[in-house]
Design a protein around this ligand. Structure first.
Ligand code: MG
Length: 290
């Protein structure tokens, strides 16, 4: 577990977080192709794909490139984009039988201070996910780049059907595999008490959103929550590698749970660049109170 003040707590707009992570190969796969990073101010899950050891090489490269940002207190969106491009370049340069066709998803939560206000930055490419628990709100922030997400958007699948669809593992965007590798970004004001979850589809393929919300809402600490989430995925079958990173804002200077919680924190996530309907956070279908 990491407990680190991101910058001088006396300055406005700083965030103090605690985090924890857990990963497991699961009950079926021989190797764990997921990689994760839990190092302030960047929290990441990468789910590698490709034959032989290509997947684990690709996801490890993603972690290595984003890890370069963890020597600093804050990140910028430009730096996140540069890390992504560096990782894409390295994965694209992989040659040889064992790493041909390598690719990886990337889901990131990072902390950032803009004009004295603390934000969560979320970046997504593929079908690993970022969820946010903030007061009454529980939502999936990231939108999957997947075949079943497109079918759901077209009204051809319900979330329940998507869960068991034969194409449920097919991603439409990934880092290194194929031409489509543009990520989506979200910028969300951080509130004390927020819990952000970054996870691979080894969790969401086995555990319902309602069950994930229940665990995130528990009074347990982030380490216990991480272990419990992985435990649920294994109990659910453990068909895939499962990885989770949980980040909790302990203190956001200038904002506090006590003063802000009653104001109703139901604001939508904000995209500072352009609001794209396609990438707005979605309420959980049939989920918790709004
Ligand atoms: Mg997976």
């Amino acid at each position: 577990m990491i407990d680190r003040s991101l910058s001088d707590p006396d300055l406005p707009g700083t965030i103090r977080v605690v985090s924890a992570s857990a990963t497991h190969v699961g009950h079926v796969r021989a190797t764990n192709e997921d990689s994760l990073l839990e190092a302030s101010p960047v929290y990441l899950v990468a789910d590698g794909m490709g034959g032989h050891n290509a997947g684990e090489v690709a996801s490890a490269i993603a972690v290595e490139e984003f890890e370069k940002l963890t020597i600093q207190e804050n990140v910028t969106v430009e730096q996140l984009g540069e890390a992504l491009r560096s990782a894409a370049r390295r994965i694209g340069e992989l040659v040889g039988e064992s790493t041909a066709g390598a690719g990886t998803t990337v889901a990131v939560v990072a902390t950032m201070v803009l004009d004295g206000v603390g934000y969560w930055v979320v970046l997504n490419l593929g079908d690993s996910r970022v969820y946010r628990l903030s007061g009454e709100i529980f939502e999936q922030v990231s939108v999957d780049h997947s075949v079943v997400q497109e079918l759901m958007d077209a009204g051809e699948l319900t979330p329940e059907q998507a869960r068991v669809h034969p194409y449920r593992h097919m991603v439409t965007r990934a880092l290194g595999a194929g031409p489509e590798s543009d990520p989506d970004y979200w910028l969300i004001p951080a509130e004390a008490g927020d819990r952000m979850l970054v996870c691979s589809d080894g969790l969401t393929g086995e555990v319902t959103d309602a069950a994930i919300e229940r665990v995130l809402r528990s009074p347990a600490d982030v380490r216990t929550i991480s272990a419990d989430l992985v435990g649920l995925a294994l109990d659910g079958g453990g068909h895939d590698n499962v990885s989770v990173v949980v980040v909790e804002a302990v203190e956001v200077v200038g904002r506090s749970l006590a003063t802000e919680n009653t104001a109703g924190s139901g604001r939508a996530a904000q995209d500072p660049f352009e609001i794209d309907e396609d990438t707005l956070p979605r309420p959980i279908a049939g989920g918790g109170p709004r």
